[in-house]
Structure formats: structure tokens, C-alpha cells
Design a protein around this ligand. Structure first.
Ligand code: GTP
Length: 354
């Protein structure tokens, strides 16, 4: 994986995949129908979980027969959905008939294994790229679901784009409150407030969400949205203490009781021979706690930007476009997860600086 991917520079030829997630009834189907009926000139292959005709059903996505991948070191904590792989393999054989893939996950699904599929399976990873995880959230009910449904929190934490839907059902004050709750879990996603999932198609498709520039540019504003009360529901949570954050030293830090985001910036290059072993080791040791991680790295003597992403113990990366003339060569990493060893992560990353 990570040590072989650097040669893979052909990212743009891959078929983009958008994973559409969100809790039951949030408005996923409404969004999907909008995407499929608006004129955009694109042809989509759609994978949804109720669709008998393609051959997965809710049970499979929710909890049944997942296939377990045994990693080289014997770890079995990374699982992927065999059925999803088979469906995508089948679709890819019909290549040319569609431009993009949309996967609508059931409202109960943890998006991690779905996203992992696009990194883990070699055939799938060679031919597709995860464009973005789009999470539809119900403005009226999300707050409650964050308390009682871990999937709902994972779906928010995982999102590159959040469609905060059903805004017609809440007051402006309630809307602000739910937005802050979302930001406490995921300060990085692009957020759109909608009724009937009426977001512009260009805001959900073709995002190249792993071009982190856009997301990180927005980060300071996101980090200001933290002067909110927490409902401290310690029910099933890990008993973390209150959120706090630290604006010093290029370290940003934001979390609710369980979920946390940290980002680090090195003002310059990193040495790939140091960075790659380090990040692989972090993937192994911290992977179970790492829900999602991303980075843009300036590798020493490398004219192209190295874009990294990970899901739990899986690391994936590509050399993408050139650093532009005048663009500041920086190396940035973002981790979203729980119980993050922030100081250790920062120290390890800084040790890779050129
Ligand atoms: N009031 C209101 N209702 C909405 C809005 N968007 C969707 N709905 C309704 O909410 C219900 C659920 O919408 P769906 O799009 O089916 O939601 P879903 O996320 O696909 O639901 P599942 O398939 O059950 O997970 C439908 O009755 C929609 O008409 C909205 O913005 N406001």
C-alpha cells in the first residue's frame, strides 16, 4: 500500500465514487433523486442497499457476513464489504457506460468499511477514487441521534461534505445549536444547510475532497464555532473530559467527548524516507482509534504534492499535481478519531521535517 502508491500518478483517470451516508430518514434518497434527475450530462452507476436487483440487501450492509481482511501483521481489524467489491468489479467490467459511481449506504451503516473498500481492494483501488463522503444530517433529530447512535456520530466525523437537511423543521436557534454540535465532531467538512436536500450538485459531486486545500483554508473559521454548551452525555462514551483546544504551535485541537480532530503543519518539506515508515507505524499502532486521516505533504526534491488519506489502519497516497509557482510548500496532516495521542503524533510528524 503506502510504499507502492507513490508511483500511482494517474489519479484523474479513475472513476470518482461518491459515498452518500446519513441517518435513517435524513434525506439521502431525496438527494440521490435530485442528483439523478438534474441535468448534469453525467452518467451514474448507483449502488444502493435496498436494491435486490444488484444483489445486496440491508442485512449485508448493516451487519452480516462481512469479509475480513487479514493484514500482514495478522491484524483483523480492517474489514471490507465483499459484496460491495463484487458489485463494483461487475460495474467496472462495463466501464465506459458511466462516468461516476454513487453509493448510498443504509442509514445504520458505519461509513468506514464502505470507504475502506476503495483503498483496500486492489482492482477497485486501481480503477476508482473516493471523491467524497457526503453525509446528510437531519437538523431536527441529529442532536438526539448523536446521543444514542454511534453510527450517526461516525457519519458526521467521516464526512467531507455535510448536507444539513430539514432546516424547515427547526428554529434558527436550534439550527445554530445543531451546527455547533456538528462542528465539534467535524470542523473540516464543507457544510450546506438545505430543505429537501436542495444542495447544488457541484457541491456534492466532483469535490476531490482529498485535495485538502479547500478544507484547510476554511479551518480557522470552523475553529471559531466552538463557544457552545455541550450536553455531556456520558452514557456510552469513553468518559473523555471536556473539550479543549489549543491554537498555539500550529496545533489545532477540537473534540467532543469521544471524537477529536487534530491537525499539524510543517512549514516546509518532509523526508519521505522518514515519513512513510512513521505514518505506516502510526497506522498500525493508532489505526483502531483513527477514523479518518488526510494529509498534503511536500516531499523533499519532489515537484508534486503527495496526498495521503487513511481509514483506520489503511494508508493510501498519491503524488498529485505539481506545487504551483509561488505556492508555499507545506506539509499538513489532519487526524479525526478518538483518544488521539496528540503530543506523540505531533512529535513524530515534526521529526520527519526535512
Ligand atoms: N420537512 C422536511 N421533510 C423532508 C426534507 N427532506 C426530506 N424530507 C422527507 O423526509 C423523509 C425521508 O427522506 P428520504 O430522502 O427518504 O430519507 P433517507 O435518508 O433516504 O431515508 P432512509 O432511506 O430511511 O434512510 C421523506 O418523507 C422526505 O420527503 C426536508 O428538508 N424537510
Amino acid at each position: 500500500m503506502a510504499d507502492t502508491v507513490a508511483s500511482d500518478t494517474n489519479a484523474s483517470a479513475k472513476i470518482p465514487v461518491t459515498v452518500l451516508t446519513g441517518y435513517l430518514g435524513a434525506g439521502k434518497t431525496t438527494l440521490l433523486n435530485r442528483i439523478l434527475t438534474e441535468p448534469h450530462g453525467q452518467r451514474f452507476a448507483v449502488i444502493v442497499n435496498e436494491f435486490g436487483e444488484i444483489g445486496i440487501d440491508n442485512d449485508l450492509i448493516v451487519d452480516a457476513d462481512e469479509e475480513v481482511f487479514e493484514m500482514n501483521n495478522g491484524c483483523v481489524c480492517c474489514t471490507v464489504r465483499g459484496d460491495l467489491i463484487r458489485i463494483i468489479d461487475g460495474l467496472l467490467k462495463r466501464k465506459g457506460k458511466f462516468d461516476a459511481i454513487l453509493v448510498e449506504t443504509t442509514g445504520l451503516a458505519d461509513p468506514a468499511p464502505v470507504a475502506q473498500t476503495f483503498f483496500v481492494d486492489q482492482d477497485v483501488a486501481e480503477k476508482t477514487r473516493l471523491d467524497a463522503v457526503v453525509t446528510v444530517a437531519d437538523a431536527k433529530w441529529l442532536k438526539d441521534r448523536l446521543k444514542d447512535a454511534p453510527e450517526a456520530k461516525n457519519q458526521i466525523a467521516f464526512a467531507d461534505v455535510i448536507v444539513l437537511n430539514k432546516t424547515d423543521l427547526v428554529s434558527p436557534a436550534e439550527l445554530r445549536e445543531v451546527e455547533m454540535r456538528i462542528r465539534a465532531i467535524n470542523p473540516y467538512a464543507k457544510l450546506h444547510k438545505t430543505t429537501r436536500s436542495n444542495v447544488a450538485i457541484s457541491d456534492v459531486l466532483g469535490r476531490n475532497a482529498f485535495d485538502l486545500d479547500r478544507i484547510l483554508d476554511l479551518e480557522p473559521a470552523f475553529l471559531e464555532a466552538d463557544d457552545h454548551d455541550h450536553d455531556h452525555d456520558h452514557g456510552h462514551d469513553h468518559g473523555h473530559d471536556h473539550h479543549h483546544h489549543d491554537h498555539g504551535h500550529g496545533l489545532k485541537h477540537y473534540h467532543d467527548e469521544t471524537m477529536q480532530s487534530v491537525s499539524f503543519t510543517i512549514d516546509g518539506d518532509v523526508v519521505p524516507e522518514k515519513f512513510m515508515p512513521w505514518i505506516n507505524q502510526i497506522a498500525q499502532s493508532e489505526g483502531p482509534n483513527l477514523l479518518r486521516w488526510k494529509g498534503i505533504l511536500a516531499f523533499k526534491d519532489e515537484p508534486k504534492r503527495f496526498v495521503l488519506q487513511g481509514v483506520h489502519m489503511i494508508v493510501d497516497g498519491d503524488l498529485q499535481r505539481d506545487w504551483k509557482p509561488g505556492e508555499k510548500r507545506q506539509s499538513r496532516l489532519v487526524f479525526i478519531g478518538h483518544d488521539l495521542k496528540t503530543a506523540e503524533l505531533e512529535q513524530g510528524f515534526r521529526a520527519c521535517a526535512a
